[in-house]
Design a protein around this ligand. Structure first.
Ligand code: ATP
Ligand code: MG
Length: 403
């Protein structure tokens, strides 16, 4: 659900800030220290409720309040003060108010269902804020273990369903094999008895029954082995197809922004039971692997773009697109010169094409060129102040097609 408006009261450098968002691309631009990231943190507090401490309450004030107006008329308020730590839900056409008290770090499900933003788990121990990129987060997915990268790509093709089906098939197989083992032991025992007491026909009969049972179980095992192998092939094909979709999207973005023959590839190798998943870029100058090393500043602009595009791919290309806005703090920091203008245009095009609301804060004026709404942020007397600077001409979306 798009966010229509944000009101921030006494949160970090914001005393009373109001921003009306476009349904497309909203850019907030300002110099360092003016309170841009504070807007992202205010949104993060309301949408994810996971700010580490209460240092966000504006100096000299007792209470912070952040209010989001959703495009469907619902209004969600997050407030924290000496006596309160709660959410409040209202609708603009009703006087009814619903409070969610003492929420600690959880977001009530009723609210998540309304705005659509929630933590995603590609790994049970690793919550990912897919909708919101912090300023100092590092390239998306590139610092994660290979297994998480693999699960993230597999999310696009319902990989967890394949995994579940394969696990259940493997469990049935193990149970059947155990049963056959047990029956074989019984058979050995009966054979032994039969040798000792040759004339007992009931033993012979029992043996024959067990042999028939083992045959039918073995037949079932053969079928399950074939099913497992088909599932394995299908999940591999689905994963390959997911990789191709992401590769096509990222490759087109690279070519759009950098105007060269760059090509993005996802390389998956199995080493024993451990997968190795690398993001690679091919260019006419050669080939480099982008799975990111923090101290490697080579090609950082390319890494920055891939990072944003992977986030967009995961939001858009799953079994169904994940609703909610995409919020970016200083995306594409290392993309410079005319490439930065193209990056701004690309975000606008992607927002139009996927009908995805994008809200970004940046120091780089080149990212404002194609936005639907632009705000400039300044700071006066320790207070952040926002000015609406209008909207920009539309970009021709025909220039970007990746399927
Ligand atoms: N609790 C608070 N009360 C008042 N001001 C605060 C509080 N917490 C942080 N600030 C102020 O907010 C400002 C930081 O704002 P923010 O991090 O949003 O800047 P920014 O515009 O994102 O800068 P940059 O471009 O460097 O990322 C600082 O000037 C800091 O002093
Ligand atoms: Mg900042």
């Amino acid at each position: 659900m798009p966010l229509a408006k944000l009101q921030i009261t006494n949160f970090e450098s914001h005393q009373n800030t109001e921003i009306e968002f476009s349904k497309g691309l909203t850019v907030i631009i300002g110099e360092p220290g003016k309170g841009k990231s504070a807007i992202v943190r205010a949104l993060k507090w309301l949408l994810y409720n996971n700010l580490p401490d209460t240092g966000f309450i504006r100096q000299g004030c007792k209470q912070s309040i952040v209010k989001v107006f959703l495009a469907n008329g619902y209004i969600i308020t997050r407030e924290k003060g000496p006596q309160t730590n709660r959410y409040l839900l209202q609708h603009k056409d009703s006087d009814q108010k619903e409070y969610f008290e003492d929420v600690e770090c959880k977001v009530p499900r009723e609210l998540t269902a309304l705005h659509g933003v929630k933590v995603v788990y590609f790994d049970p121990d690793l919550p990912v804020s897919l909708h919101l990129e912090d300023q100092h987060e590092g390239p998306f997915l590139m610092l994660q273990p290979d297994s998480v990268r693999l699960k993230a790509i597999a999310h696009i093709c319902n990989g967890d369903l394949f995994d579940k089906a394969k696990d259940e098939t493997a469990n049935s197989l193990a149970a059947l094999r155990e049963q056959v083992k047990m029956l074989n032991r019984q058979l050995d025992f009966l054979t032994c008895l039969h040798h000792k007491e040759r004339k007992i026909t009931s033993l012979q009969k029992k043996r024959n029954e067990i042999v028939r049972h083992i045959d039918s179980l073995n037949h079932e095992i053969d079928l399950i082995v074939q099913t497992y192998s088909l599932l394995d092939q299908a999940s591999y094909q689905a994963l390959r197809r997911a990789c191709e979709k992401v590769e096509a999207l990222v490759t087109h973005a690279l070519r759009y922004v950098f105007s060269t023959d760059l090509e993005f590839r996802i390389q998956i190798h199995e080493f024993g039971t451990k997968p190795k998943v690398q993001f690679a870029v091919l260019s006419n100058l050669g080939y480099f692997v982008t799975t990111y090393a923090p101290h490697d500043t080579r090609n950082r602009a390319i890494v920055d773009l891939i990072s944003v595009m992977l986030r967009i791919a995961l939001l858009e290309m799953g079994p169904s697109p994940l609703p909610g806005p995409l919020i970016l703090d200083e995306p594409g920091r290392c993309i410079s010169g005319k490439h930065a203008s193209y990056f701004g245009r690309l975000l606008k095009i992607l927002s139009d094409q996927f009908e995805r609301q994008i809200i970004l804060v940046t120091r780089d004026h080149r990212l404002t060129g194609s936005a639907d709404a632009v705000y400039v942020i300044e700071k006066k007397d320790g207070r952040s102040l926002l000015h609406y600077r209008g909207n920009s001409p539309r970009v021709n979306c025909d220039q970007f097609s990746y399927t």
